[in-house]
Design a protein around this ligand. Structure first.
Ligand code: GAL
Length: 459
């Protein structure tokens, strides 16, 4: 990053105010775990066969200097159907509809937080050579799966044409690049390690300070339990993995966390055992019906005053905003205890699928995703900070403004549950192990299974 970039507002990956070494190590861990550094150059030129039509774009909106948009539709695949998430996508669809009234936006979103159902549907479609035009893929290891499989196209020429070289944090671009080729457009940066709380429930339980360490957290949970409310609202299995990741980062620290995703990662260590034991402890404080809840159900229990805490990504802020809740009054936030100064990050990015039927519209969509207008419409509603470094901060609410501040100085840790540090296949093995753990709560067996998964996939 250049000095001039670092001086202006920069939610990017600035290294000036944090330890550059740890930041770099943490990111490298993600890249090596993803196999990104070792990937060969695999993709060729665009081979789309467009459905040519006679449709014209609205005046002055020709897909960003890439030619007129003549396709009659654009199919975009994501998993944003629920509270807060659909609203973010809708904000971009509204811009699309005003710019391209003759090109129908086909919203192919598949319900299920974190892509728990969507990724399987997407895999089937890609396998069957029936790709949507553009699909959501997390920056990092998850995107590298699609790159390795030759399922997404290189976008370098558009980055050049749209002047994107400078607008995204360079280390984020590294996470979507293989051998100098860039394969997606990041729309946002999310934070996963957020402890959402209900200020009234917390105060009524006699908790006077925000828990800062894992032990503080357990003490606070005990107080809520004694007061008769649900201490920690939890939902379906991907949210359990999300919780586990934040506990591991809390117990191990960001650097050791990053190391776990490298070939040398030591999953058999006593520190990992301790982290998993800590994670197990939390099951003494969660709602018993968690397996049947969505992330929105669990988050809502906090703002409804039924539960004190919920660990969830900052898409929860988008949901609370949609519910018209007041920040700092109806809900509050803090880093997951033990993770202050760490940004457990992930980034949603959109691709140009190889073999997509509407390449002209896809390029126009990606240009919208990359634009300041698009990002400043999407992110304030979605509950994420923009990937672009030149956002109009006045458009963002109290939580997101605080997240932008934190981002400037935080040490980064890549998310497991949201595709940064481990491939889809590695995640699937971890999901299987976690499923068994939820049945038997056998930490030793769980740790063994996690070690096996590491040895299978780490490169
Ligand atoms: C993440 C995704 C977020 C949010 C969340 C819950 O994987 O990156 O944008 O949608 O899942 O569904």
């Amino acid at each position: 990053m250049s000095a001039s970039n670092a001086q202006r507002f920069d939610p990017g990956f600035p290294s000036s105010q944090r330890t550059a070494l740890s930041r770099r190590v943490v990111l490298k861990g993600a890249l090596v775990g993803a196999g990104v550094l070792a990937l060969p150059q695999i993709l060729g030129a665009c081979g789309d066969d467009d459905e040519a039509t006679t449709t014209t774009a609205a005046p002055g909106t020709t897909g960003g200097g890439t030619g007129e948009v003549t396709s009659t539709e654009l199919e975009v695949f994501s998993w944003w159907t629920g509270g807060g998430e659909a609203a973010g996508l809708d904000a971009m669809i509204a811009i699309w509809n005003s710019q391209y009234p003759n090109t129908k936006f086909v919203n192919a979103a598949v319900a299920g937080g974190a892509g728990s159902n969507a990724k399987a549907v997407l895999a089937q479609r890609l396998e069957a050579n029936d790709p949507p035009d553009s699909f959501q893929g997390h920056a990092g290891a998850e995107l590298s799966d699609y790159i390795k499989a030759g399922q997404v196209e290189e976008l370098n020429s558009y980055y050049e044409e749209w002047g994107l070289g400078d607008v995204f944090p360079s280390d984020l671009v590294d996470q979507i690049t293989v051998d100098g080729k860039i394969y997606s457009v990041p729309v946002n940066i999310h934070r996963a390690n957020v402890l959402w709380s209900n200020p009234t429930v917390v105060a009524d339980a006699g908790i006077t300070a925000t828990p800062e360490s894992f032990d503080d957290f357990i003490a606070a949970l005990d107080k809520v339990k004694a007061a008769g409310k649900t201490p920690l609202a939890l939902a379906e299995q991907w949210t359990v993995k999300h919780l586990m990741e934040t506990v591991m980062i809390s117990k191990l620290g960001a650097e050791a966390w990053a190391g776990l995703w490298t070939a040398d990662g030591d999953w058999s260590s006593a520190d990992v055992t301790d982290a998993l034991e800590g994670f197990k402890t939390l099951f003494g404080y969660v709602n018993s019906d968690y397996a049947s809840l969505t992330w929105q159900d669990a988050a809502k229990r906090v703002v409804d005053g039924e539960a004190a805490y919920n660990v969830m990504g900052d898409w929860a802020d988008g949901y609370f905003t949609e519910l018209e809740k007041t920040p700092r009054t109806d809900y509050d936030w803090a880093p997951v205890p033990g993770t202050a100064g760490v940004y457990d990050w992930l980034s949603d990015s959109f691709t140009k699928a190889k073999g997509g039927k509407h390449p002209d519209a896809t390029v126009a969509w990606l240009k919208l995703c990359s634009s300041k207008e698009g990002q400043d419409a999407f992110n304030p509603v979605k509950g994420s900070i923009p990937a672009r470094k030149d956002a109009d901060t006045s458009k963002y609410g109290v939580y997101l403004q605080s997240a932008m501040e934190d981002w400037k100085t935080a040490t980064l840790a890549g998310s497991l549950a949201h595709g940064v540090v481990a491939s889809n296949a590695w995640n699937t093995d971890i999901d299987g192990a976690l499923g068994l753990f939820l049945e038997d709560k056998d930490v030793a067996a769980f740790q063994d299974a996690l070690l096996t998964a590491h040895d299978t996939y780490a490169v």
